[in-house]
Design a protein around this ligand. Structure first.
Ligand SMILES: [Zn+2]
Length: 263
């Protein structure tokens, strides 16, 4: 049996754990169905309380679970009162009807409970075991106080905010890198054209100079000049121009990212 409405939990837990949750819900009796707690889910699914809280919050959002509150006897752990809101106004309990002990109730004894509301559990499954199950279901763990739940909710919100912030930062970084990469490719293409043009121009200039040297001083001086020009053109032009107009995309990216970081 699989409740399709529980598939919304697949962002939090794997399919196997969703199946375990389904089994847990099916195993609930009419009484325990109203008294679900964080620790009961954590125990049933063998997960930590924080994940259990995440599951509960998601189920609440989807209308599968509904919260209500109760007072737990600080002495025996029995649920001695259920209430719709977590406040102790107008509540005076001085003795536990279960353990017959004198007790004084504080905020630390308010527990948060959840009712299974959307999912129908087959009737015959809920009826077995009678009274003893009822008693077991009514024992609430110390960790299930409303205070502990609120603290865990805060932790979850904080870590999800941090995660979102991190994701946002990564997204911006990625966009910036892509932008720089695009610019670098364009720049490299442009610089390649500039390099070719500068080389052509320098060759033309060299030819003009060689020709005028030949005209003026004759063939003798020309050989010396040609070897000089043959040295200048590849090193002088190619090297300097290539440094000025980079064609290596990686190096352009480096320069651009330094520029971006300075901003
Ligand atoms: Zn008690």
């Amino acid at each position: 049996m699989y409740y399709s409405c529980l598939s919304i939990l697949d962002e939090i837990i794997d399919n196997n754990t969703i199946r375990k949750l389904t089994e847990y819900f099916i195993s609930l009796t009419p009484n325990s169905r109203d008294l679900i707690t964080v620790s009961k889910i954590a125990n049933a699914l063998k997960i930590n309380d924080e994940v259990a809280v995440q599951i509960i919050l998601k189920c609440e959002e989807e209308g599968i679970l509904q919260r209500h509150f109760g007072i737990r006897c600080p002495n025996c752990g029995m649920l001695i009162k259920e209430m719709p809101t977590p406040d102790l106004d107008r509540i005076s309990i001085s003795e536990c009807y279960c353990c017959d002990q004198e007790i004084s109730i504080s905020e630390n004894d308010i527990v948060i409970l959840f009712k299974l509301i959307k999912i129908e559990v087959p009737f015959d499954l809920g009826q077995q075991n009678g009274q003893s199950v009822r008693d077991q279901a009514s024992i609430v763990a110390r960790e299930d106080t409303f205070k502990a739940f609120q603290i865990m909710c805060e932790t979850i919100t904080k870590s999800s905010q941090e995660k979102r912030l991190e994701e946002y930062k990564n997204k911006i970084d990625k966009e910036r890198k892509e932008k720089i990469h695009g610019k670098a490719i364009k720049k490299a293409d442009r610089n390649r054209v500039i390099n070719i043009l500068v080389n052509i121009i320098s060759i033309v200039i060299a030819l003009i100079v060689i020709y005028s040297v030949y005209k003026r001083f004759g063939f003798e001086k020309l050989s010396l000049f040609v070897s000089f020009a043959a040295f200048i053109i590849p090193f002088g032009c190619n090297f300097i121009v290539k440094e000025l107009f980079l064609t290596d995309v990686v190096r352009i990216e480096e320069r651009l990212s330094i520029k971006y970081n300075e901003r």
